[in-house]
Structure formats: structure tokens, C-alpha cells
Write a protein that binds this ligand. Sequence first.
Ligand code: PGA
Length: 249
Amino acid sequence: MRRRLAAGNWKMHGGTTSLTEIHALTRAHPAPAVDILICPPATLIEQAARTASGSAVAIGGQDCHPAPSGAHTGDISAPMLKEAGATHVILGHSERRTDHGEHDTDVRKKAHAAQTTGLVAIICLGESLAQREEGSTLGVISAQMTGSIPDNPTAGKLVIAYEPIWAIGTGLTPTPAQIGEVHGHMRAALTARFGAELAQGVPLLYGGSVKPGNAAEIFRVADVDGALVGGASLTAEDFSPIISALEAS
Ligand code: PGA
């Protein structure tokens, strides 16, 4: 059975007062039927991991450098994330691709570093609105998967998040049929490249304007194993019903 995952991406939001949201999540979901992850800003990872210690809530990073250490001002390596208490890391988010010019080859190296360190790599991909409108969505997804997923990925340490760029932070979401088409395509591409056994074990997340009000509908779509949630993960009040919807799916 594939693990289901409700993952929150806090992006560049939150300070020490936000740790109360993690504490609230641990109390609201003491024995969840799904995996729960919060990826706070790097400055909060260690404190967040301490807050969540002994609970079912895992803590992750939002990026890592491909190298374990070195002269890379401002960067954080996978072993550093792990030492701070992270078990997962989001890689190749469209905001990193846009803000920092990250390409699939960078994401692939980072994912390799994360997996070598024992972290779960959550690789993000998704099409722009122009690409969707010109009908190239599946081709874009295929190319991103080929480019950003390392060869020989570690089973159990790989998660893929489909995040259409036009749905992130906009309140727009694809239809269930559109999500299902991409997720089915991703599962088939994983199967073709890595074989059915590995492919069947990879959780496929949907991300982009997931809210308490639309989560249940999205989680009913075949091959959707959870969500990567931005804005609605910032408070336990919003994130908790999304977790519950995933548990009920
Ligand atoms: P959103 O962000 O839920 O605020 O749309 C999703 C994401 O970027 O992971």
C-alpha cells in the first residue's frame, strides 16, 4: 500500500509564534491514518522538529544544495537539514525554478543528494498556463520527470508533486479530470522507467490552491495520494480539515 501524505509548504512565512500551529496539529492528529509533514522556513526547522518530536507530524526543508558542504553562501545541504531534524525536502518548486533559475538537472542532483542522505525527496513539477492552453501539458510533465528524477531512485524516499503553476496561490484548480489525466500519466511514466513495483509505491501529490473546501473532491481522483499545500497549511485550523479529508478518502 502506498503511503498517503498531507504536506504543508510554509514558503517564506512564519516565525517562532507559528510553532503553536504545529503543536495544534500534533494534538488534533495524535494517530493519523496518513503521513503529515510541515516544511517551515529553514530558520524554524530545528525548533519545529523539537515541537513535533514524538508526534506523527514530520518536518521538512524547502530546498537543499546538491553538495554535502562547501563554499556556497546562503545554501543549506541535505545533511544539514537532516541534522536539524528534517526527514523530507521539497525540491524544484516552481517558485525556486522562477526565483532562482533552477532547472531539471539541478533538481535531479538535489534529489540524489537528498536520497543519499536518507531524506524523502518531494520533486515538484507542473505546466504553465500557456503550456496548458497550447495542449503540451503531458509533454511538459514527461520532460520534467525525465530530467528531474534521478536514475535509481530510492524506493520509499521519492514523492512527486504535480503543481500546475497557474494554480499555485491563485485560487484556481484544474478539474478532477485534468488532475486525473496528469496523475495517470505520471504513474505510467514511472512504471515505464522504473518498473511497476517502484512506481506503485511512489506517492503522487496534487498541489495548487488546495483548501478545506476542495480537498475531498481532489482526493477522490485516482492516483492522487495526497496534497502539497501552501497557503492553507499556515494554520492548523485550515490544514487540519485537509488532513481529515485525506484520511477519509
Ligand atoms: P498554494 O501553494 O496551496 O498556496 O496554492 C501550493 C504550493 O506552492 O505548494
